[in-house]
Ligand binder design. Sequence first.
Ligand code: ADP
Length: 421
Amino acid sequence: MKSGEPVDLAQRVVELERIAQVTQVLNSTLDLNQLLDLIITTAADLIGTEGGSILLADRRTGELFFAAATGSGKEELKRIKVPVEGSIAGTVFKTCHPLIVQDVDSDPRHYDEVDQDIQFDTRSILAVPLIFKGRAIGVLEAVNKKNGGLFVEHEVSILSNLASQAAVAIENARLIGELREAYVRLEELDRVKSDFLAIASHELRTPLGVILGFAGFLREEADEWAREQFDVLLSAATQLRGLIDDMMNLTYLETGAIEIEPSEFSLQSLIGIVVEKLRPLAEAKRHKIRHNLSEAVVRVKADQEKIGIVLTNLISNAIKFTPPDGWIEIAVRPQTGMVAVSVSDTGYGIPPNKLERIFDRFYQVESHMTRHHEGMGLGLSIARGMIELHGGRIWAESVEGRGSRFTFTLPILWKDVVNQS
Ligand code: ADP
């Protein structure tokens, strides 16, 4: 059949069916190299050529490079750049129009360095643009018509048809590839951040211990005036130790290097101790703290220090994020098999879409630039980690502008609830 002759309808249907079948496979193949190989073998098969190749445009430089071709090593190919000016692929890419070259040797646009590099002898080419969203992303070529035959017009539309499906599949696979790479980079960044936390907290702790020790010792020896100055120093250093402890706790939770050391204790007593410790902070903002600690003494078998940290984080947040003259209420509700402890406040509240995110490491509702409150955004993620270590749950509820309630549950492991008599 010569170029321009009418095409047998039955043959056309077979070709279209074949493209439809291939499209399904194309859309389910996410490995780019596998996909490109499939496209060129299908192209060669449909057009009846010895081989095929795909050139893609580098997104940054706009240069065309060989992404796949028959009969050569892939890595070698990727190093071969094809100039947009002065090549058959470049012409198709630039004009966005297909091109038939029946004899490449007589076409000055043929870029024959490729043949030399990959030891292939190109005689004839049918090239069509790969177009995605109206933009050329590369070129698909069917190379060397079998038995020395000529390309015919209707083969242009077959290959263009395949190319339009292939372009979508290629872009999808590229996007997924980029997503995967971004994910790997994120994981790497996350690891660097964790390493930094571990190293920094460890290295800061020792000199800070020396400062606290000496300041405490000197304070004892000092006169009244100097003692006040040492108190300021000690309070700042203690605050710093709290931040470093947070960093260390997070590191331990992340690496799993943390264990529960259970003992039996009364939850109400622990709450009392934490409230007394934080009372000066609450009084500085004229907050009232109300306990609603249930009739019964609830005894749990848990790690008292860790539950103390959780309560400290929740109550100090309630103080921090409630404007002056607010209310903070701590409630203990024993239920079957577990106890629920909640800390409620009449503070600023939290937007509904942030109620889960606030438990992420370093997450703070206020942006760093406009922040009014202190803190590193670690308290809640540490609290969640510690509660989950105990097999409990922690969550937040809130109405913006009205207040928030943080609740955690702990399994009651013992004959825990003892009625007060
Ligand atoms: P930090 O308090 O150091 O910022 P947290 O992890 O304890 O870190 O809390 C994360 C964020 O959750 C806080 O920055 C704040 O935006 C929000 N948040 C926590 N507790 C409350 C609360 N009681 N009321 C309003 N917002 C809160």
